[in-house]
Design a protein around this ligand. Structure first.
Ligand code: 5GP
Ligand code: MN
Length: 331
């Protein structure tokens, strides 16, 4: 499949690259690395992401070339969709992108739907950036410091700095190669983890204070409301990573971060839109839980979006906790 994909890219005149809404380091790193590499090959490339790029990733080379609007969709002969379990993860342009004649799906989520004509889906890969690294190797493209920084950042962040269960040998071997190619690990770490706005620290305080635990102690819920963002002058991206505090609590098997999104248009009463992030300690497959709610992800980290009331959503999440009773590991 990799050969066919390389052939398709070589034959393409205009390529659209897109990754998922509310992008993480891997969605952005893979997008930028692929963009820089295809341009080296002589392709005309458009990089697209619907969301604002979080401040911590704005140091990445070529990040300013990412567009939030799509025009002239008919001009593309190929789309490369990165780090998306399904095509709708790219956001509101999914239907328009679906009309592009050739769709290449490059991803590592267990819930990947195998959309598109070409798939490079490896659920064993630690990050989409790992798959991109292998693609560039197969293409024989040289990896300059800018591409290396994008790939390194994707792997560093998606493995939680080599701590999550997706951390594999490739994570280390590729990052070692990226350092040899010119990446400065301490500089990347300083950008990604080392600098918090005061508002973000205050949001952390509110988020920690919101933590609730189920009766059996195996489920934690953290809530980040629009009001908390307004009170601290922060952006939705400032909640990235906060769920790890809820996950770390002793005996907790599953942590949920309920993130209130902007108001749903015309939704009745207390109906609101929420994104829910799920993390597990490894004993529970949260991708399956997220799939039940229309989302997806990995066994240890998954998410979904819903329109409901906060009380109703908390009830639905608390109901899950009966499934993680002490000795009976969830199937
Ligand atoms: P997060 O908690 O950061 O939103 O997501 C955790 C993991 O689940 C990520 O790999 C992300 O791509 C995936 N994910 C989050 N929300 C959704 C969703 O609504 N649908 C699908 N298919 N995957 C999601
Ligand atoms: Mn991602």
């Amino acid at each position: 499949m990799m050969k066919k994909i390389i052939q398709q890219l070589k034959n393409s005149k205009r390529v659209l690259l897109a990754s998922h809404v509310n992008p993480d380091g891997d969605a952005i790193g893979a997008l930028l690395a692929t963009g820089m590499a295809l341009e080296k090959m002589g392709c005309q490339v458009t990089r697209y992401n619907e969301s604002v790029i979080p401040a911590v990733y704005r140091f990445l080379p070529s990040v300013d070339s990412i567009q939030r609007r799509l025009t002239d969709i008919d001009a593309f002969d190929t789309a490369v969709i990165l780090d998306c379990g399904d095509l709708h993860r790219v956001g509101t342009s999914a239907d328009a992108i679906a009309t592009i004649p050739a769709i290449i799906n490059i991803d590592h989520h267990t819930t990947n739907t195998r959309f598109g004509q070409y798939h490079l889906v490896d659920v064993e890969a630690c990050a989409t950036s790992e798959i991109i690294y292998r693609l560039l190797q197969t293409m024989g493209l040289s990896i300059d410091p800018a591409i290396a920084t994008a790939i390194y950042t994707g792997i560093l962040t998606d493995t939680g700095s080599f701590r999550f269960s997706n951390t594999n040998r490739a994570a280390f071997s590729i990052c070692e190669a990226m350092v040899a190619a010119g990446v400065e690990p301490s500089a990347v770490a300083q950008h990604v983890y080392g600098t918090y706005s005061l508002g973000r620290i205050k949001l952390l305080n509110l988020a920690l204070d919101s933590i609730e635990i189920s009766n059996n102690g195996h489920l934690s819920i953290m809530t980040v409301t629009r009001e908390m963002l307004a009170d601290t002058g922060t952006q939705p991206e400032d909640a990235d990573g906060l769920i790890n505090y809820a996950r770390r609590i002793e005996d907790v098997k599953v942590a949920a971060l309920i993130h209130e999104l902007e108001n749903a248009d015309g939704a009745p009463g207390d109906q609101k839109r929420f994104h829910v992030s799920l993390r597990s300690d490894g004993s529970v497959d949260v991708a399956r839980i997220a799939s039940d709610f229309g989302g997806g992800g990995h066994a240890g980290a998954a998410g979904f979006s819903v329109e409901t009331s906060l009380a109703e959503l908390k009830r639905a999440i608390y109901n899950l906790s009966d499934r993680f009773c002490a000795p009976c590991h969830l199937n």
